[in-house]
Design a protein around this ligand. Structure first.
Ligand code: C5P
Length: 238
């Protein structure tokens, strides 16, 4: 996979005009577009078709977390929509993840399409030591990430979403080819925003990230094409 394919841009917007602009500018510069709750709530499955018709790939970031049957039925509908990657919460448990993966593969086979990569969120990067303890977990966030990464791997999923600072732990613990998708990436000297634990694109790749997710440093840049190119170049420079 080249550096461009490893770059996922977060479309954290909610109007078709904004999506149109970002997709047109970026579709040849990056690997995938991330559609999150904000955009999906605003536009539904139409946005997936819209991006795909323009040659873009879609990571649908809905972080599904419910009982196995509910998640599985939702995954069935989303697989039909042709997304390239989607995710569930590993804290939904082994059975839920395993059934979600099986349903996704089965649905893709039925429709003659490629099954999406199915990944799981381990521990949200917004949760630190205190918050994890507050929820009631006795393990540290790092231990939880490793534990849930292994559970995700065992359930047959393709990888996890985690902090770039935790990608190495996952790479070591899980099977070869298990992917890590990491937000919290900034160019050196760039605006950090509300992200707390960050790395540069190059550090993320070096540390074991398979894909990096970047939002505002690209979408809010004056020249978004140039911003994407700069990030790809930084990844290539490692
Ligand atoms: O603008 P920025 O580069 O911070 O965007 C990062 C994207 O990754 C956002 O869509 C954010 O919701 C998402 N994300 C994150 N941290 C997580 C999970 C998802 O920043 N743990």
């Amino acid at each position: 996979m080249n550096a461009k394919e490893r770059l996922i841009v977060a479309l954290d917007v909610d109007t078709i005009e904004e999506v149109e602009y970002l997709v047109n500018e970026l579709k040849d510069e990056i690997g995938m577009f991330k559609v999150g709750l904000q955009l999906y709530t605003s536009m539904g499955n139409d946005i997936i078709a819209y991006i795909k018709q323009r040659g873009g790939k879609v990571f649908l970031d809905l972080k599904l977390h419910d009982i196995p049957n509910t998640v599985s039925e939702t995954v069935r509908v989303l697989t039909k929509s042709g997304v390239d990657m989607m995710n569930v919460h590993s804290q939904g448990g082994y059975e839920m993840m395993k059934l979600a993966k099986e349903t996704s593969v089965k649905t893709a086979n039925e429709f003659g399409i490629k099954a999406p990569m199915l990944i799981a969120v381990t521990i949200l990067t917004s949760l630190g030591d205190n918050e994890v303890e507050e929820i009631g977990y006795t393990k540290s966030p790092k231990e939880m990430v490793e534990h849930l990464g292994l559970l995700t791997d065992k359930a047959g999923l393709d990888g996890v979403v985690c902090s770039p600072l935790e990608a190495g732990i996952i790479k070591k613990a899980c099977h070869d080819g298990f992917i890590t998708v990491t937000p919290g990436v900034r160019l050196a000297g760039g605006d950090v925003g509300d992200q707390k634990r960050i790395t540069t694109p190059g550090q993320a790749i070096k540390g074991g990230s398979t894909y990096i997710v970047v939002g505002r440093p690209i979408t809010k840049a004056e020249n978004i094409k140039e911003a994407a190119k700069k990030i790809v170049a930084e990844m290539e420079g490692i």
